[in-house]
Design a protein around this ligand. Structure first.
Ligand SMILES: Cc1cc2nc3c(=O)[nH]c(=O)nc-3n(C[C@H](O)[C@H](O)[C@H](O)COP(=O)(O)OP(=O)(O)OC[C@H]3O[C@@H](n4cnc5c(N)ncnc54)[C@H](O)[C@@H]3O)c2cc1C
Length: 357
């Protein structure tokens, strides 16, 4: 059997590696970083990816690692909020610090070769190599720059398992994760700085050199619900991480030159809380064609095309709705009516929930 090489040991790469090892396919996985490590992520797993995890037998592993079952969510603008609403389906919340490490250990246990702390030469995506390198960095999108921040905190009392707080230029999600911590994670949009601006410039925010910078960004404007929620928060500084250069434009897998899974195909707007799910799902969709290639039953070109077609069929609609949702959520004039509607109409937000996962 031929060896499958996976570049990138995030959720997509590790899940794919694990699934292939379950089928006894030889796999070498390159990961530039080391486990365990924090990642910018809302740490809220929902949607069909949970079924993928169950089919791969990974769900008990995640539940036993202390994943918190989330059953209710509440939504807030910078002035008002909703009472907790039952999620159409429960979600699981687990720190990426724990989750990625868990999957890496399981991959090794199944005999996968993990080249941890080694960056593969990024251009080498020849036959047999799968790209699972995560998001493709893009400095600006329509003139705006996106960046994400995350940190774990204690002493934060939530009204629901997940709270979503929207503000004029971004949103912050708060959810309970393993070990009694609350994950604080936000996506922010920064317009190009006016000439001469220094302190308010994007690079200043993206660097976030001290804790007061990112605390200020998370807390938003004084008097807002998120500001009150985080007033007494004790942040775990070791958990703080940031990511910049995000691209939220949907892409089709078929337009990619390489065989890709996860965010390397396309990134879904984080407001949906569905990126991890897509990482698990795309990994599962890639397993059978890659196994067939490894056994010599399918050409690489056909395997790559089959994976791309499966991913596009599974994700195209979801990505289109997610894009619309992201635009609505970030329209300052619509944020209050949206939160109002989410509070009044269970149908309204269950409809969006279903369309984006
Ligand atoms: C602000 C924010 C909030 C989010 N919140 C949620 C949420 O609540 N729920 C949800 O489901 N999703 C959420 N997501 C999305 C989710 O984090 C991603 O969709 C998911 O991590 C994608 O997994 P991946 O494996 O494709 O990429 P990643 O997890 O990014 O992994 C890619 C890996 O590839 C490695 N790598 C890159 N290049 C190389 C190389 N050349 N050689 C070796 N290794 C390399 C990197 O080190 C990295 O470990 C959020 C994202 C953001 C930005």
């Amino acid at each position: 059997m031929k060896t499958v090489t996976i570049i990138g040991g995030g959720l997509a790469g590790l899940t794919l590696g694990l699934g292939l090892r379950q089928k006894k396919i030889p796999v070498t996985l390159w990961e530039a970083g080391r486990y365990p490590r924090h990642r910018v992520c809302g740490e809220f797993i929902s949607g069909r990816g949970l079924d993928s995890l169950a089919r791969l037998g990974l769900r008990p592993l995640i539940e036993n690692a202390g994943a918190v079952r989330a059953t209710h969510a509440a939504f807030f603008s910078s002035v008002n909020g909703t009472t907790p609403r039952a999620l159409p389906e429960p979600a699981l919340c687990l720190s990426r610090h724990v989750l990625d490490d868990l999957l890496a250990q399981e991959f090794r246990r199944l005999g996968g070769v993990l080249r941890e702390g080694e960056r593969s030469p990024e251009k080498d995506f020849s036959e047999g190599t799968v790209r699972a390198t995560g998001r493709r960095a893009q400095p600006t999108e329509n003139g705006a720059r996106w960046f994400g921040l995350k940190a774990h905190a204690r002493n934060v009392t939530l009204t629901a398992d997940l709270e979503m707080h929207v503000a004029p230029n971004g949103y912050v999600g708060l959810c309970r994760v393993n070990g009694g911590a609350v994950n604080v994670c936000g996506l922010f949009r920064r317009l190009p700085p006016a000439s001469g601006e220094v302190n308010g410039s994007f690079s200043h925010f993206a660097k976030c050199e001290n804790t007061s910078d990112w605390r200020r960004i998370f807390c938003g404007s004084a008097g807002s619900p998120v500001h009150r929620r985080l007033a007494a928060a004790e942040f775990d500084e070791a958990s703080f991480c940031a990511v910049a250069g995000l691209s939220l434009q949907p892409h089709r897998a078929a337009e990619r030159a390489e065989c890709c899974v996860g965010d390397a195909v396309t990134m879904i707007p984080p407001v949906t809380g569905n990126g991890m799910s897509m990482a698990f799902e795309s990994a599962e969709l890639a397993m059978e064609p890659l196994s067939a290639w490894s056994r010599g039953e399918l050409s690489w070109k056909n395997a790559q095309q089959t994976i791309a077609n499966h991913c596009d069929a599974a994700f195209a609609q979801r990505l289109a709705w997610a894009r619309r949702l992201q635009t609505l959520v970030l329209s300052p004039s619509l944020q209050r009516p949206l939160v109002f509607l989410a509070g009044r109409s269970g149908f309204f937000w269950r409809w969006w929930f279903a369309r984006t996962r």
